[in-house]
Ligand binder design. Structure first.
Ligand code: CAA
Length: 258
């Protein structure tokens, strides 16, 4: 895969997509978003990939939606029909786990993109924020919803209304991210988690992701029904038979993804 604004590579069963628009602080233009989604969907369709990492540079994950592009939009229809909008839905539909590895600024759409991933690991330099209010607008790609669900009403309200940035340490304390690691260790740390996930039985991995996401989108009753049904379906999988046999025989499981 070769793109203008996204660099891709693989490490074993892990696919890595890295923003590559340094002069614009990895601002999310329609072209960059289309390339990102194409790269993620390609990894998602590849049986040799079990987990995906999205990352930026040491200085910046992404400074958000491209303000120079958005400045040209004058009417709701300009945004309604924009190839920028709707890309986040494609990210949310990736079936394999996606980890955001964040250093530097993750602002506006950059923060929203990281929050749309399944988990965030950050380095000490990470700064999260929803500064859209300073531009006369508001989050448009899920920021007000995902940030509030992650860190609670008061803190989310303060972040959105003041546009202030949150440090990596505060983000960890506020449950926005999994953990903070030293800058130099970020990719190695995230790769370790991603490789662990990528080595799990593929059907069970997708099922676990779906179940946790259901907790955000359904009532407890509905979520428990979904969980029970998926659990019942997995009972008939070849990997379930293999996983339990491997435990009893004290050996590693060999997964078929069936
Ligand atoms: N869009 C377009 N270009 C951007 C950008 C963005 N979101 N963020 C930074 N850039 C560009 C700057 O225009 C500048 O380019 P030039 O050199 O051509 O002028 C370059 O990146 C470097 O930026 P700065 O000179 O401002 O760098 P800095 O180190 O002084 O500040 C920053 C860094 C704090 C991230 C600052 O650039 C900033 O505040 N950026 C905007 C952040 C923001 O408001 N994001 C929200 C966007 S709206 C959004 O995302 C809407 C949504 O929810 C859908």
């Amino acid at each position: 895969m070769s793109y203008e604004f996204i660099l891709t590579r693989t490490e074993g069963r892990v696919g890595i997509a890295q923003f590559n628009r340094p002069k614009a602080y990895n601002a999310l233009s329609p072209e960059l978003m289309q390339e990102l989604m194409h790269s993620l969907e390609t990894f998602d369709a590849d049986d040799d990939i079990g987990c995906i990492i999205v990352t930026g540079s040491e200085k910046v994950f992404s400074a958000g939606a491209d303000i120079k592009y958005m400045a040209r939009a004058a009417a709701p229809a300009d945004m309604l029909n924009s190839p920028l909008i709707g890309q986040w839905d494609r990210l949310a539909k990736i079936s394999k786990p996606v980890i955001a590895a964040v250093s530097g600024f993750a602002l506006g759409g950059g923060c929203e993109l990281a929050m749309t991933c399944d988990m965030i690991v950050a380095s000490e330099s990470a700064r999260f924020g929803q500064p859209e209010i300073k531009l006369g607008v508001a989050p448009g790609m899920g920021g007000s919803q995902r940030l509030t669900r992650a860190i609670g009403k008061s803190k989310s309200m303060e972040m959105c209304l003041t546009g202030r940035m949150m440090s990596a340490e505060e983000a960890e304390r506020s449950n926005l991210i999994v953990r903070v690691v030293p800058q130099a260790d970020l990719i190695a740390d995230v790769l370790k988690t991603a490789a662990t996930i990528a080595a799990m039985p593929p059907m069970a991995t997708i099922a676990n992701k779906e179940m946790v996401n259901s907790a955000f989108e359904m009532t407890l009753d509905q979520g428990l029904i979904v969980e029970r049904r998926i659990f019942q379906i997995l009972t008939a999988s070849e990997d379930k038979k293999e996983g339990m046999a491997a435990f009893i025989e004290k050996r590693e499981g060999q997964w078929k993804g069936r």
